[in-house]
Every structure is written in C-alpha cells, then in structure tokens.
Write a protein that binds this ligand. Sequence first.
Ligand code: MRU
Length: 319
Amino acid sequence: MRTIDWRNDRIVLIDQTLLPGTVKVIHVDTVDELIDSIKRLAVRGAPALGVAGALGVALAAKNGDDVREAAEKISKARPTAVNLSWGVGKVLAELDQGAEAMIEEAKHILEDDIRRNADLGRRGAQWLIDRLGPRINVHTHCNAGALACVEWGTALGVVRALQERGAIGHVYLDETRPLLQGARLTAWELQQMGIDHTVVVDSAGPTVLARGLVDAVIVGADRIAANGDVVNKIGTYPLALAAHRAGIPFLVAAPESTIDPDTPDGSQVEIEIRDAAEILGEHTPDGSKALNYAFDVTPADLVTAIVTDERIINGKPLG
Ligand code: MRU
C-alpha cells in the first residue's frame, strides 16, 4: 500500500514508528493529529513530508479551519526538509479557489510524487550503469525508500530501477542511529524487494567503502541549497568524505521539490535538533547531556552528481 494517501476525505498513513514489527494504518482527521504524526516520525522522509504538508492544508480547508494558520503550523512541524513547506505552499496557493480545488491540488501532488520518483530512479540507474557496468554494489544511509515517499523511493528508487535492469548486486546500509530508519525501514523494504543486504553500524560505513565492498554510495536529501550543498540524515557527510577518499561516486537522488533556490548554501539551513532522550538511556550515566543533530550538511564538492526527476546535476551551480 501507499505510505500516505487521501481516502474518504481524510489522510491515511502507515505508522512508521511501529515498523517492521507491526504494519498499522492511522487515520488522520485533524491538523493537530497530522502535526503529531510528523513530529514523532510516524510519517517521515522528505517527499512524504511534502505530500503530508499538501494533504494537511487540504484537510484544514475541508474541516473549515483557519487555513493560513494551519499551514503555518504544519510548515513548522519539522524544520529541515524543504518539501514540507513546499507542499504546504502549493496547496495554500489554491486558497481562493476553495476546499475542493485544494483537495484536487493535494491529490495531484500525491500522484505526481510516484511518477517523479520512478523517473529519477531510472535516470539514476542509467547513470550508474553507464559508469560502473552491469552489476553494482551500493551503500545507502537512512531510509530513502517507498516509506519516505508515496511509493517507489528516491535512493532506494535507484536501487529498485537497478533491480529492474538486473544490475543490483549487494546493498550495504547503515543502521542510522538513533531512530534506526536504516535497520528498521530500509532493511524491511530491501527484504520485501528480495535484494541481498547487510546492515552495519553507522561508524562502519566509511570502512565498508575503504575496503572496496561497494561501487557507489546513493543517498536521498532533505534540502539541497542553491550552491549544491546537500542536507540529509546525520551520518551522510562522513560517508561522502569516505567515498571521496575511496574514489567512488557519491550520488544524491531527490525530486526537484527538494532543491531550495532561496537558501544560498548549507550553512543557512536549520538543522533539526531532536530530543536528547532519543540518545540517552539506561546505558548513559545520569546527568550526561546529548546533542541530537538529526541532519548534516555535505558540501557540494563532495557530491559526484545529483539526480532529479528532470535532470542530472554534475557539480555545477544549480541556477
Ligand atoms: O528524519 P527522517 O527519517 O525524516 O530523515 C529522512 C532522511 O534523512 C532521508 O534520507 C531524506 O528525507 C530523503 S527521503 C527520500
């Protein structure tokens, strides 16, 4: 089923906090319920957040809420993925046309997400095959799969497209501390796809690359600044450094909606800092502090290419 959808005038989504053990669908009837789902990562991943933002504004209009106020609140639920405010803005632009038009626009964004990700996946697969040959081992981080979108995926969409061509070898993936989007979600998706995969701890990722176990790194993005700096899940930057040192391609797969031309470079992006309780626990002494950065910035010069639903960007200014 789809990660997020609009059915019978309400939002339905898979609660990703319970995966892989339990597949539970939640029905979201109010904007506050949606904001809660976004904050606790029941719905997550940049493209899925874009769709959630769009559907949330449509829901506010359908419920007769103050739509501008609701849009503002939804946009602020998480700060880093630009897709969230992008989706909100797209549907808010239809405000004068009324609730039905806003629902139609949100449904269009939802359907478009599937097509765009399939396009970028196939483009990325072709780019890799042209450079690396007919069988490719890859490393990925976090979850940039169907669960991070409506269907298909971005980085895992490239893997899916490689599989369609019989070109996928082995996939290594970081567990992705502290919420384990890799070990829980990406491993689950790869298992369903029937792709051989191996989970490593985040700090082992650079060693996987240094030992020559993979031919390329493929990750998604939460925001790409105008200069090509890539903001993605914490732990992406060390992989980019290691890929550079190992001399293998570091490919970023993201829809055009993840590109933020209004942000000049990565230093200007607000990096979400999540609750210390996600890191601290019985294993840490009482009184220890934690700094829980959820994302990092990979400088543009470490990115070999960015593949989108419209183009491949090779280390040039994005314009
Ligand atoms: O905190 P999350 O799980 O929302 O972070 C997700 C990521 O960092 C993904 O890599 C990114 O959103 C791209 S998803 C196609």
